[in-house]
Design a protein around this ligand. Structure first.
Ligand code: SAM
Length: 339
């Protein structure tokens, strides 16, 4: 009889701890536990500040200390360096909005087993965007938290010609448009998104008045809105194609082709999988995230994007990795419309 290699079951315990750790961190960010802990506090003091139950909060704080997010001295808790940098509101590297969004979308993961029989989300993105109070705010702010670094890199890679006109489809907080506008003082950007999202976009843009003066907001549904005819030098589809089915993506690419001037470029920016679809790990797990809360979305391969782009008539495709050293590195594929 063939003997199986001995493999420890600890790996399975680690995976189970994975969801517990994630939930603890997301709830702590949602309740903004870290902001007051810039100075040490007991669980009783913090419970009074946040209007929470002291016993329950103590249990959560001990777990956060065990995970390395807090330091505990005696009965007082304070932020560990990672929390000071990324989880205290007002810090430049703040990622709390993103964790709040993950907490709000948790129920979609609860539906995952049903998504597998249904073939898509039980409650798709439209439900979360239009019906869950407060979701759009956290979702869009959460995108901004993680977009700042990659946005500057994408703009530098694309290196637009001076005064280029950009259409940013599904612009969300507008972080990518702002990075382009920062890179060239003459560029202008049109940000297309749903009216409910644009309410949040306006607030983000108000924090950058000089750049915002070169933006135009266009409310619409990118699935059926026309993007215009030969109006733009660049069309950016950043992190929207993973929300959509191949059919919708092909249409988005065709609409982009019409909207571009001859010689203009489309830029698709997204998480992308290798041809075998099992690497990188982040992309494979992100695909399940999309299965849980979109109707037809997933993480696509760079090859799939290239096929859709060529079929729409784009030429001279270029593919670059973005944020190579990050766990959630992404790619851009740039295609040119013939003159
Ligand atoms: C994942 S976010 C990406 C935001 C931004 N492009 C970025 O990369 O940070 C997806 C964006 O698409 C927008 N969106 C979703 N469905 C849409 C639709 N049918 N029409 C227009 N915008 C839509 C959402 O409001 C959101 O701003």
């Amino acid at each position: 009889m063939k003997t199986l290699p001995s493999v420890s079951s600890d790996r399975l315990i680690d995976e189970i701890m994975g969801y517990r750790k994630a939930k603890i961190l997301m709830v702590a960010a949602y309740l903004d536990v870290f902001t007051p802990l810039v100075s040490p506090k007991s669980s009783d003091e913090l419970a009074r500040t946040l209007a929470l139950d002291a016993r329950a909060l103590e249990i959560l704080l001990d777990a956060l200390a065990a995970m390395g997010y807090l330091r505990k001295r005696g009965w007082h808790y304070a932020n560990a360096p990672i929390s000071s940098l990324y989880l205290v509101r007002g810090q430049p590297g703040y990622m709390g909005d993103n964790l709040k969004y993950q907490e709000m979308i948790w129920d979609a993961w609860g539906d995952l087993k049903h998504s597998l029989s249904k073939g898509g989300a039980v409650r798709p993105l439209e439900y979360w965007l239009l019906r869950r109070k407060g979701f759009t705010q956290e979702y869009i702010r959460g995108m901004d938290n993680i977009a700042r670094g990659p946005a500057a890199e994408v703009a530098a890679r694309v290196a637009p010609s001076p005064g280029a006109r950009l259409l940013d489809v599904g612009a969300g907080p507008g972080t990518y448009s702002l990075a382009f506008l920062r890179a060239d003082p003459e560029m202008t950007a049109t940000l297309l998104d749903l009216p409910s999202t644009l309410k949040v976009t306006r607030k983000v843009l108000a924090e950058h008045p000089r750049l915002a003066a070169r933006t135009r907001l266009k409310a619409g549904n990118y699935r059926d809105a026309s993007f215009g005819r030969e109006e733009y030098d660049l069309v950016l589809l950043s992190h929207i194609t993973h929300d959509e089915s191949p059919e919708v993506n092909r249409r988005l690419i065709e609409q982009s082709m019409s909207a571009l001037k001859p010689g203009g470029r489309i830029i698709i920016h997204d998480f992308m999988l290798d041809a075998g679809r099992v690497a990188p790990v982040f992309g494979a797990l992100f695909s399940v995230h999309m299965l849980a809360y979109t109707e037809g979305g997933r993480t696509y391969t760079a090859g799939e994007y290239a096929k859709w782009l060529r079929r729409a008539g784009f030429r001279r495709l270029k593919n670059h990795r973005i944020a190579v050293k990050s766990r959630n590195s992404s790619r851009i594929i740039i295609g040119v419309k013939d003159r």
